[in-house]
Write a protein that binds this ligand. Sequence first.
Ligand code: LLP
Length: 422
Amino acid sequence: MTPLPRHLLPDTAAVGARGRLAIGGCDVIELAGRFGTPLFVYDEEHLRIRCREAVAAFGDGATYAAKAFLCRAMARLVHEEGMGIDVASGGELHVALAAGVPAARLVLHGNNKSEAELARALHAGVGRVVVDSHDELDRIEALVAAGSPPPQVLIRVTPGVEAHTHVYVQTGQADSKFGFGLVSGAAADAVARAAASSAMELVGIHAHIGSNVFVLSSFTQAVDVLADFVVPLALPELSLGGGLGVAYVQGEQAPTITEWGAVLAKACAEAGITSRLSAEPGRAIAAGAALTLYTVGTIKEIDGIRTYVAVDGGMSDNPRPVLYGSGYEAFLPRAVDADRPRVVRVVGKHCESGDVVVADARLPPDLAVGDVLATPVTGAYGHSMASNYNKITRPAVVFVADGEARVVVRRETLDDLLALDA
Ligand code: LLP
């Protein structure tokens, strides 16, 4: 049975003389001791390299989808590397602005933006609003009539393309809560309305077909479908959203951001689209940059059935296995290159059986209580979807680089759990 494939580890991962894992020059077991577990450890260099790759591929149109992982340090890093930021709520907008990112570098998303969210965004001067409904157009018109500055907008279109991915994260199909349908003519109506409105400047079209998409032809198919609509409009911008998949487990290979960008650019050129292309990768920037460290608390062998290995986190720090049946690898940072012949179920500490971290994890035979166990590729939609279920406190997040570790999100305390009680 094979050791953990190295390509699932962050870019600066290195294995020391004793077989122990270091990220960003920091020994991972020492990080667990110093900051406690569960702990998200992000490789800052990995994040920066992915941002630079996106900027090389999409120029000014490279926009990080903050929903994948956001805190002020992350917003600053992404901004420093030249990416804009897609914020999908007033909360994400608040964090990005609090980080000091200029509003002009922000793109506001959301299928049900409230008047308050829109008002804040317009007053702050966000770079783009991606309009999702006629009700939103009404709200923008009312706000501008009442004195808000008129925004530059993109109209979000659902192209009627079903991306090859989990149905919960497909968004391009006609039956969708997002955007205006292309096939029904709703998109054309919305474009006509926005173009005629003095309350906004229509600058482009937006389409996002889904998330964790590995098959680049899903994207080119969307471009082909959009071309007939987009070309005659001759608007300056076209955003193709995010959605590039990443490898989570052994055997998976995902296209790089560079490959994705090249395929999108070629498809647009061939379709006669001359608009400036932009894209909103979230997962492809953040997922592989981080791993989660847990401590093994109990090992329960059920004869003839399986072995349960319980760690000190679970569905509250990574709900993806429960939500989407997502798979992860597990390994021991004290023995990165060890064979992993022992098949166990890694579970969390929540009160339900669905609280699975890795259904069939492969681990070294000498796995023991007290071991630090890691799951790689947890940098996207892990901390950002974390909850307080069972009043378990959310983990801390550390960024590591050049042998230094800094806490960018502190661990929640028990008193934090009381902070919202009235
Ligand atoms: N742009 C828009 C308009 C989006 O809706 C999304 C993701 C993105 C960009 C970024 O997509 P990415 O590059 O990260 O795939 N919680 C799910 C993923 C939901 C994605 C929602 N929208 C998961 O854990 O897989």
